[in-house]
Design a protein around this ligand. Structure first.
Ligand SMILES: *[C@@H]1O[C@H](CO)[C@@H](O)[C@H](O)[C@H]1NC(C)=O
Ligand SMILES: *[C@@H]1O[C@H](CO)[C@@H](O)[C@H](O)[C@H]1NC(C)=O
Ligand SMILES: *[C@@H]1O[C@H](CO)[C@@H](O)[C@H](O)[C@H]1NC(C)=O
Ligand SMILES: *[C@@H]1O[C@H](CO)[C@@H](O)[C@H](O)[C@H]1NC(C)=O
Ligand SMILES: *[C@@H]1O[C@H](CO)[C@@H](O)[C@H](O)[C@H]1NC(C)=O
Ligand SMILES: *[C@@H]1O[C@H](CO)[C@@H](O)[C@H](O)[C@H]1NC(C)=O
Length: 349
Protein backbone atom coordinates (compact mmCIF):
# COMPACT_ATOMS: atom_id res chain seq x y z
CA UNK A 1 0.00 0.00 0.00
CA UNK A 2 2.67 2.45 1.08
CA UNK A 3 4.85 1.51 -1.88
CA UNK A 4 2.08 2.06 -4.44
CA UNK A 5 1.17 5.40 -2.82
CA UNK A 6 4.79 6.47 -3.07
CA UNK A 7 4.96 5.41 -6.69
CA UNK A 8 1.79 7.33 -7.37
CA UNK A 9 3.16 10.43 -5.67
CA UNK A 10 6.43 10.07 -7.56
CA UNK A 11 4.67 9.86 -10.92
CA UNK A 12 2.38 12.75 -9.95
CA UNK A 13 5.26 15.03 -9.05
CA UNK A 14 7.03 13.95 -12.24
CA UNK A 15 4.05 14.97 -14.36
CA UNK A 16 3.77 18.26 -12.48
CA UNK A 17 7.45 19.01 -12.93
CA UNK A 18 7.40 18.00 -16.59
CA UNK A 19 4.15 19.27 -18.01
CA UNK A 20 3.28 18.92 -21.64
CA UNK A 21 6.26 20.02 -23.73
CA UNK A 22 4.04 22.16 -25.92
CA UNK A 23 3.29 25.06 -23.65
CA UNK A 24 0.37 27.34 -24.45
CA UNK A 25 1.67 30.88 -24.87
CA UNK A 26 -1.46 32.72 -23.78
CA UNK A 27 -3.18 33.27 -20.46
CA UNK A 28 -6.35 32.07 -18.83
CA UNK A 29 -8.77 34.76 -17.66
CA UNK A 30 -11.34 33.90 -15.02
CA UNK A 31 -14.56 35.54 -13.88
CA UNK A 32 -14.81 34.72 -10.17
CA UNK A 33 -18.21 35.06 -8.56
CA UNK A 34 -16.68 35.95 -5.20
CA UNK A 35 -17.30 34.40 -1.82
CA UNK A 36 -19.88 35.70 0.62
CA UNK A 37 -21.82 34.39 3.55
CA UNK A 38 -21.59 30.77 2.39
CA UNK A 39 -17.84 30.88 2.64
CA UNK A 40 -16.99 29.27 5.98
CA UNK A 41 -14.12 28.64 6.57
CA UNK A 42 -12.70 30.33 3.47
CA UNK A 43 -12.15 34.08 3.74
CA UNK A 44 -14.61 36.30 1.87
CA UNK A 45 -13.81 38.33 -1.19
CA UNK A 46 -15.49 40.40 -3.85
CA UNK A 47 -16.53 39.28 -7.29
CA UNK A 48 -13.34 39.53 -9.31
CA UNK A 49 -11.58 39.17 -12.62
CA UNK A 50 -8.40 37.10 -12.56
CA UNK A 51 -5.57 35.93 -14.75
CA UNK A 52 -3.62 32.70 -14.53
CA UNK A 53 -0.92 31.02 -16.59
CA UNK A 54 -2.30 28.00 -18.46
CA UNK A 55 -0.26 25.72 -16.18
CA UNK A 56 -2.00 27.19 -13.12
CA UNK A 57 0.86 29.42 -11.99
CA UNK A 58 1.15 33.17 -11.47
CA UNK A 59 -2.42 33.95 -10.33
CA UNK A 60 -3.25 37.66 -10.44
CA UNK A 61 -6.39 39.53 -9.44
CA UNK A 62 -6.95 42.13 -12.15
CA UNK A 63 -10.16 43.81 -11.05
CA UNK A 64 -12.85 43.61 -8.38
CA UNK A 65 -16.53 44.50 -8.57
CA UNK A 66 -19.19 45.57 -6.09
CA UNK A 67 -18.89 47.56 -2.90
CA UNK A 68 -15.71 46.81 -0.89
CA UNK A 69 -17.69 46.81 2.37
CA UNK A 70 -20.30 44.28 1.27
CA UNK A 71 -18.29 41.09 1.57
CA UNK A 72 -21.38 39.25 2.86
CA UNK A 73 -22.93 39.36 -0.58
CA UNK A 74 -20.62 39.84 -3.55
CA UNK A 75 -22.39 41.21 -6.65
CA UNK A 76 -21.77 37.89 -8.41
CA UNK A 77 -20.80 37.03 -11.97
CA UNK A 78 -22.34 34.73 -14.57
CA UNK A 79 -20.32 34.79 -17.76
CA UNK A 80 -17.17 36.11 -19.44
CA UNK A 81 -16.40 36.82 -23.08
CA UNK A 82 -13.43 38.26 -24.96
CA UNK A 83 -13.59 40.59 -27.94
CA UNK A 84 -10.58 39.61 -30.07
CA UNK A 85 -10.73 42.76 -32.22
CA UNK A 86 -10.68 45.41 -29.48
CA UNK A 87 -8.90 43.03 -27.05
CA UNK A 88 -11.38 43.81 -24.29
CA UNK A 89 -13.39 41.64 -21.92
CA UNK A 90 -17.09 41.65 -21.14
CA UNK A 91 -18.26 40.25 -17.83
CA UNK A 92 -21.88 39.59 -16.95
CA UNK A 93 -22.07 40.59 -13.29
CA UNK A 94 -24.84 41.28 -10.81
CA UNK A 95 -24.36 44.97 -11.60
CA UNK A 96 -24.79 44.54 -15.35
CA UNK A 97 -22.42 43.87 -18.24
CA UNK A 98 -19.02 45.36 -17.48
CA UNK A 99 -16.34 45.92 -20.12
CA UNK A 100 -12.66 46.03 -19.15
CA UNK A 101 -9.34 46.30 -20.92
CA UNK A 102 -7.14 43.20 -21.33
CA UNK A 103 -5.44 43.89 -17.99
CA UNK A 104 -8.78 44.39 -16.20
CA UNK A 105 -8.40 48.16 -16.02
CA UNK A 106 -11.03 50.78 -16.86
CA UNK A 107 -14.20 48.83 -15.95
CA UNK A 108 -17.31 50.38 -17.52
CA UNK A 109 -20.88 49.13 -16.99
CA UNK A 110 -22.27 49.27 -20.52
CA UNK A 111 -25.64 47.57 -20.10
CA UNK A 112 -28.03 46.85 -17.27
CA UNK A 113 -31.28 44.95 -17.25
CA UNK A 114 -34.14 47.07 -15.91
CA UNK A 115 -35.94 44.38 -13.94
CA UNK A 116 -34.37 43.06 -10.73
CA UNK A 117 -35.75 39.56 -11.36
CA UNK A 118 -33.85 39.32 -14.66
CA UNK A 119 -30.19 38.28 -14.72
CA UNK A 120 -27.77 37.63 -17.54
CA UNK A 121 -27.17 33.91 -17.93
CA UNK A 122 -24.77 33.79 -20.88
CA UNK A 123 -22.82 36.26 -22.95
CA UNK A 124 -20.66 36.23 -26.07
CA UNK A 125 -19.05 38.87 -28.20
CA UNK A 126 -19.53 38.00 -31.82
CA UNK A 127 -18.51 40.38 -34.57
CA UNK A 128 -19.72 43.85 -33.67
CA UNK A 129 -22.40 42.64 -31.28
CA UNK A 130 -22.90 41.39 -27.78
CA UNK A 131 -25.27 38.43 -27.58
CA UNK A 132 -26.71 37.40 -24.26
CA UNK A 133 -29.36 35.28 -22.61
CA UNK A 134 -31.56 36.38 -19.73
CA UNK A 135 -32.87 34.36 -16.82
CA UNK A 136 -36.51 34.65 -15.69
CA UNK A 137 -37.66 36.04 -19.07
CA UNK A 138 -35.85 33.47 -21.19
CA UNK A 139 -34.86 35.83 -23.97
CA UNK A 140 -31.88 35.90 -26.31
CA UNK A 141 -30.88 39.52 -26.85
CA UNK A 142 -28.22 41.40 -28.76
CA UNK A 143 -26.77 44.88 -28.42
CA UNK A 144 -23.97 46.99 -29.80
CA UNK A 145 -20.63 46.69 -28.03
CA UNK A 146 -21.24 49.97 -26.18
CA UNK A 147 -24.54 48.60 -24.83
CA UNK A 148 -26.74 50.67 -27.13
CA UNK A 149 -29.30 49.31 -29.57
CA UNK A 150 -30.45 46.41 -27.41
CA UNK A 151 -33.06 44.22 -29.12
CA UNK A 152 -34.75 40.90 -28.47
CA UNK A 153 -33.41 38.36 -30.95
CA UNK A 154 -35.41 35.30 -29.93
CA UNK A 155 -37.76 34.21 -27.18
CA UNK A 156 -36.38 30.86 -26.00
CA UNK A 157 -38.56 30.60 -22.89
CA UNK A 158 -40.62 27.57 -24.00
CA UNK A 159 -43.43 28.65 -21.68
CA UNK A 160 -43.54 29.45 -17.99
CA UNK A 161 -43.08 27.53 -14.73
CA UNK A 162 -46.19 27.79 -12.59
CA UNK A 163 -45.08 25.96 -9.50
CA UNK A 164 -44.48 29.18 -7.51
CA UNK A 165 -47.97 30.58 -8.06
CA UNK A 166 -49.38 33.28 -10.28
CA UNK A 167 -47.20 36.14 -8.95
CA UNK A 168 -43.87 34.55 -9.89
CA UNK A 169 -43.65 32.63 -13.11
CA UNK A 170 -40.13 32.27 -14.48
CA UNK A 171 -39.58 31.03 -18.01
CA UNK A 172 -39.28 27.26 -18.38
CA UNK A 173 -36.04 27.72 -20.30
CA UNK A 174 -33.22 30.21 -20.75
CA UNK A 175 -29.98 30.27 -22.74
CA UNK A 176 -27.02 29.23 -20.57
CA UNK A 177 -24.57 29.13 -23.46
CA UNK A 178 -24.46 30.74 -26.93
CA UNK A 179 -22.40 30.12 -30.06
CA UNK A 180 -22.72 31.62 -33.54
CA UNK A 181 -21.68 30.22 -36.90
CA UNK A 182 -21.77 33.11 -39.38
CA UNK A 183 -20.67 31.11 -42.34
CA UNK A 184 -23.52 28.61 -42.13
CA UNK A 185 -25.88 31.14 -40.53
CA UNK A 186 -26.77 29.49 -37.23
CA UNK A 187 -27.12 30.51 -33.63
CA UNK A 188 -26.73 27.69 -31.09
CA UNK A 189 -27.83 27.84 -27.47
CA UNK A 190 -27.97 25.71 -24.37
CA UNK A 191 -31.59 25.52 -23.32
CA UNK A 192 -31.32 25.28 -19.57
CA UNK A 193 -34.64 24.27 -18.11
CA UNK A 194 -36.37 24.90 -14.81
CA UNK A 195 -38.03 21.69 -13.68
CA UNK A 196 -41.74 21.89 -13.00
CA UNK A 197 -41.14 19.56 -10.07
CA UNK A 198 -37.85 19.74 -8.15
CA UNK A 199 -38.59 16.77 -5.91
CA UNK A 200 -38.60 14.40 -8.88
CA UNK A 201 -34.80 14.82 -9.36
CA UNK A 202 -35.21 13.44 -12.85
CA UNK A 203 -32.90 14.41 -15.67
CA UNK A 204 -33.90 17.83 -16.77
CA UNK A 205 -35.52 18.69 -20.02
CA UNK A 206 -32.37 20.65 -20.91
CA UNK A 207 -31.32 20.61 -24.56
CA UNK A 208 -28.92 21.99 -27.15
CA UNK A 209 -30.73 23.91 -29.85
CA UNK A 210 -30.03 25.95 -32.95
CA UNK A 211 -31.87 28.23 -35.31
CA UNK A 212 -31.10 30.24 -38.42
CA UNK A 213 -29.59 33.65 -37.64
CA UNK A 214 -32.96 35.30 -38.28
CA UNK A 215 -34.66 37.34 -35.53
CA UNK A 216 -37.76 35.72 -34.02
CA UNK A 217 -37.49 32.66 -36.24
CA UNK A 218 -39.67 29.67 -35.44
CA UNK A 219 -37.35 27.18 -37.18
CA UNK A 220 -35.75 25.78 -34.06
CA UNK A 221 -33.91 22.46 -34.18
CA UNK A 222 -33.25 20.31 -31.10
CA UNK A 223 -29.79 18.79 -31.46
CA UNK A 224 -29.48 16.96 -28.14
CA UNK A 225 -31.89 16.60 -25.24
CA UNK A 226 -32.51 15.19 -21.72
CA UNK A 227 -29.50 17.09 -20.42
CA UNK A 228 -28.86 18.15 -16.84
CA UNK A 229 -28.16 21.86 -17.04
CA UNK A 230 -26.46 22.38 -20.41
CA UNK A 231 -24.00 25.29 -20.08
CA UNK A 232 -21.11 26.86 -22.01
CA UNK A 233 -20.96 26.25 -25.76
CA UNK A 234 -18.02 26.75 -28.11
CA UNK A 235 -17.65 26.05 -31.81
CA UNK A 236 -14.18 24.71 -32.46
CA UNK A 237 -12.69 25.52 -35.88
CA UNK A 238 -16.15 26.84 -36.76
CA UNK A 239 -17.60 23.37 -37.03
CA UNK A 240 -17.51 21.05 -34.03
CA UNK A 241 -19.75 22.08 -31.15
CA UNK A 242 -18.37 21.53 -27.66
CA UNK A 243 -20.73 21.82 -24.71
CA UNK A 244 -20.75 21.46 -20.96
CA UNK A 245 -23.39 19.48 -19.15
CA UNK A 246 -22.92 21.37 -15.93
CA UNK A 247 -24.75 19.21 -13.40
CA UNK A 248 -27.08 20.55 -10.79
CA UNK A 249 -27.85 18.42 -7.77
CA UNK A 250 -25.16 16.55 -5.87
CA UNK A 251 -24.28 13.50 -7.94
CA UNK A 252 -26.12 14.60 -11.04
CA UNK A 253 -23.95 13.69 -14.06
CA UNK A 254 -21.49 16.28 -15.33
CA UNK A 255 -19.77 16.06 -18.68
CA UNK A 256 -18.05 17.82 -21.52
CA UNK A 257 -19.24 16.60 -24.92
CA UNK A 258 -18.75 17.40 -28.57
CA UNK A 259 -20.48 16.62 -31.84
CA UNK A 260 -20.46 17.77 -35.43
CA UNK A 261 -23.92 18.82 -36.55
CA UNK A 262 -24.13 19.09 -40.32
CA UNK A 263 -25.85 22.22 -41.64
CA UNK A 264 -28.61 20.12 -43.16
CA UNK A 265 -31.75 19.87 -41.08
CA UNK A 266 -31.43 17.63 -38.03
CA UNK A 267 -34.31 15.18 -38.13
CA UNK A 268 -34.17 13.75 -34.62
CA UNK A 269 -32.29 14.81 -31.50
CA UNK A 270 -29.56 12.20 -31.20
CA UNK A 271 -29.01 11.89 -34.97
CA UNK A 272 -25.46 13.06 -34.37
CA UNK A 273 -24.09 10.88 -31.59
CA UNK A 274 -22.06 13.13 -29.24
CA UNK A 275 -18.67 12.09 -28.00
CA UNK A 276 -18.09 12.35 -24.23
CA UNK A 277 -14.73 13.96 -23.47
CA UNK A 278 -15.02 14.35 -19.72
CA UNK A 279 -17.42 12.44 -17.52
CA UNK A 280 -18.02 12.66 -13.78
CA UNK A 281 -18.65 8.89 -13.77
CA UNK A 282 -15.11 8.10 -14.81
CA UNK A 283 -12.95 10.69 -13.03
CA UNK A 284 -12.89 12.00 -9.49
CA UNK A 285 -11.03 15.14 -10.64
CA UNK A 286 -14.47 16.58 -11.39
CA UNK A 287 -16.43 16.51 -8.16
CA UNK A 288 -18.22 19.81 -8.76
CA UNK A 289 -20.39 21.70 -11.17
CA UNK A 290 -18.79 22.61 -14.55
CA UNK A 291 -19.24 26.34 -15.03
CA UNK A 292 -17.21 27.08 -18.17
CA UNK A 293 -14.43 25.93 -20.47
CA UNK A 294 -11.93 27.57 -22.79
CA UNK A 295 -10.06 26.20 -25.79
CA UNK A 296 -6.67 26.76 -27.41
CA UNK A 297 -7.32 25.71 -31.01
CA UNK A 298 -3.82 26.45 -32.28
CA UNK A 299 -2.38 23.55 -34.22
CA UNK A 300 0.11 21.61 -32.13
CA UNK A 301 -1.02 23.26 -28.88
CA UNK A 302 -4.65 22.13 -28.72
CA UNK A 303 -6.00 22.19 -25.19
CA UNK A 304 -9.21 22.55 -23.24
CA UNK A 305 -9.40 24.09 -19.77
CA UNK A 306 -12.45 23.27 -17.73
CA UNK A 307 -13.43 25.29 -14.66
CA UNK A 308 -15.68 23.83 -12.00
CA UNK A 309 -16.93 24.93 -8.63
CA UNK A 310 -18.97 23.69 -5.72
CA UNK A 311 -22.53 24.60 -4.91
CA UNK A 312 -22.06 23.72 -1.28
CA UNK A 313 -21.46 25.80 1.83
CA UNK A 314 -17.71 25.47 1.47
CA UNK A 315 -16.49 27.05 -1.72
CA UNK A 316 -14.18 25.16 -4.05
CA UNK A 317 -12.90 25.93 -7.47
CA UNK A 318 -10.89 23.87 -9.91
CA UNK A 319 -9.11 24.37 -13.20
CA UNK A 320 -8.55 21.16 -15.20
CA UNK A 321 -6.70 20.76 -18.47
CA UNK A 322 -7.06 18.15 -21.23
CA UNK A 323 -6.60 17.62 -24.95
CA UNK A 324 -9.35 18.51 -27.45
CA UNK A 325 -10.29 14.82 -27.45
CA UNK A 326 -10.35 14.60 -23.64
CA UNK A 327 -6.97 12.90 -23.34
CA UNK A 328 -4.39 13.72 -20.67
CA UNK A 329 -6.80 15.11 -18.09
CA UNK A 330 -5.00 16.81 -15.21
CA UNK A 331 -5.60 19.25 -12.41
CA UNK A 332 -3.83 22.58 -12.95
CA UNK A 333 -5.04 24.52 -9.88
CA UNK A 334 -7.54 24.05 -7.08
CA UNK A 335 -6.39 26.74 -4.69
CA UNK A 336 -9.52 28.83 -4.29
CA UNK A 337 -7.49 31.78 -2.99
CA UNK A 338 -5.68 31.85 -6.34
CA UNK A 339 -8.44 31.05 -8.84
CA UNK A 340 -11.53 32.20 -6.94
CA UNK A 341 -14.86 30.52 -7.62
CA UNK A 342 -14.73 30.45 -11.41
CA UNK A 343 -17.90 30.97 -13.42
CA UNK A 344 -16.31 31.88 -16.75
CA UNK A 345 -12.97 31.24 -18.42
CA UNK A 346 -11.32 32.51 -21.60
CA UNK A 347 -7.97 31.63 -23.15
CA UNK A 348 -6.29 34.61 -24.78
CA UNK A 349 -3.02 34.68 -26.66
C1 LIG B 1 -34.15 49.87 -19.83
O1 LIG B 1 -35.10 50.89 -19.99
C2 LIG B 1 -34.70 51.93 -20.84
C3 LIG B 1 -35.76 53.02 -20.81
O2 LIG B 1 -37.02 52.47 -21.06
C4 LIG B 1 -34.50 51.38 -22.27
O3 LIG B 1 -34.06 52.39 -23.11
C5 LIG B 1 -33.44 50.29 -22.20
O4 LIG B 1 -33.31 49.69 -23.50
C6 LIG B 1 -33.83 49.22 -21.20
N1 LIG B 1 -32.72 48.28 -21.07
C7 LIG B 1 -32.86 46.98 -21.24
C8 LIG B 1 -31.62 46.16 -21.15
O5 LIG B 1 -33.93 46.46 -21.47
C1 LIG C 1 -41.84 34.93 -24.44
O1 LIG C 1 -42.64 33.78 -24.45
C2 LIG C 1 -43.37 33.55 -23.26
C3 LIG C 1 -44.10 32.23 -23.40
O2 LIG C 1 -43.16 31.21 -23.56
C4 LIG C 1 -44.33 34.68 -23.01
O3 LIG C 1 -45.01 34.47 -21.78
C5 LIG C 1 -43.56 35.98 -22.96
O4 LIG C 1 -44.44 37.05 -22.86
C6 LIG C 1 -42.69 36.16 -24.22
N1 LIG C 1 -41.84 37.33 -24.05
C7 LIG C 1 -41.80 38.34 -24.92
C8 LIG C 1 -40.91 39.48 -24.58
O5 LIG C 1 -42.46 38.33 -25.94
C1 LIG D 1 -38.53 40.04 -32.04
O1 LIG D 1 -39.83 40.14 -31.46
C2 LIG D 1 -39.95 41.05 -30.35
C3 LIG D 1 -41.37 40.98 -29.84
O2 LIG D 1 -41.54 39.82 -29.13
C4 LIG D 1 -39.61 42.45 -30.83
O3 LIG D 1 -39.63 43.32 -29.71
C5 LIG D 1 -38.22 42.45 -31.41
O4 LIG D 1 -37.93 43.72 -31.93
C6 LIG D 1 -38.08 41.41 -32.51
N1 LIG D 1 -36.65 41.35 -32.86
C7 LIG D 1 -36.15 41.80 -34.01
C8 LIG D 1 -34.66 41.81 -34.12
O5 LIG D 1 -36.84 42.15 -34.93
C1 LIG E 1 -14.17 31.01 -38.38
O1 LIG E 1 -15.05 31.97 -38.96
C2 LIG E 1 -14.62 33.30 -38.84
C3 LIG E 1 -15.67 34.22 -39.40
O2 LIG E 1 -16.85 33.60 -39.66
C4 LIG E 1 -13.30 33.47 -39.55
O3 LIG E 1 -12.84 34.79 -39.38
C5 LIG E 1 -12.28 32.50 -38.97
O4 LIG E 1 -11.08 32.58 -39.69
C6 LIG E 1 -12.81 31.08 -39.01
N1 LIG E 1 -11.87 30.25 -38.29
C7 LIG E 1 -11.44 29.07 -38.74
C8 LIG E 1 -10.47 28.34 -37.87
O5 LIG E 1 -11.83 28.59 -39.80
C1 LIG F 1 -23.11 8.51 -15.45
O1 LIG F 1 -23.84 7.35 -15.04
C2 LIG F 1 -25.24 7.55 -14.87
C3 LIG F 1 -25.82 6.28 -14.29
O2 LIG F 1 -25.42 5.18 -15.06
C4 LIG F 1 -25.84 7.90 -16.23
O3 LIG F 1 -27.21 8.15 -16.10
C5 LIG F 1 -25.17 9.16 -16.73
O4 LIG F 1 -25.65 9.51 -18.01
C6 LIG F 1 -23.65 9.00 -16.78
N1 LIG F 1 -23.02 10.28 -17.06
C7 LIG F 1 -22.73 10.72 -18.24
C8 LIG F 1 -22.09 12.05 -18.31
O5 LIG F 1 -22.95 10.09 -19.24
C1 LIG G 1 -3.19 29.05 -1.81
O1 LIG G 1 -2.76 30.26 -2.37
C2 LIG G 1 -2.42 31.24 -1.40
C3 LIG G 1 -2.11 32.54 -2.16
O2 LIG G 1 -1.21 32.29 -3.20
C4 LIG G 1 -1.25 30.76 -0.55
O3 LIG G 1 -0.93 31.70 0.44
C5 LIG G 1 -1.65 29.44 0.11
O4 LIG G 1 -0.56 28.89 0.80
C6 LIG G 1 -2.13 28.43 -0.93
N1 LIG G 1 -2.67 27.26 -0.25
C7 LIG G 1 -2.30 26.03 -0.55
C8 LIG G 1 -2.99 24.94 0.21
O5 LIG G 1 -1.44 25.78 -1.40
Amino acid sequence: MRLSTNLLLASLSFSLAHPNKRVSQGSLYIADEGVGHRSNPVPRWRTSFRRLNPDGTNPTTLQQFGAPDQLESPVGAYALSFDPLARQFYLATGQGIVRTELDGSNPVTILKENSTSVWITSLIVHGEKLWYGTGHEGLLKRANLDGSGMEIFLNVSQGLVNRYGASYTPSYSHADGIAIDDEKGFIYWSAYSNPQDFSAHLPHGGSIRRAPLTPNTTEIEILAQDIWSPGQLRLVRNSTLYWAEAGQYTNSPRALKRAYFPPTKILQPGDAEPETLLDSNTTDLLPYKITSFAIDEKEGEEKVWVVANSDAAIMYGRVLEMGLDGSGLRLVNDNVTQIGVPVGVEYVL
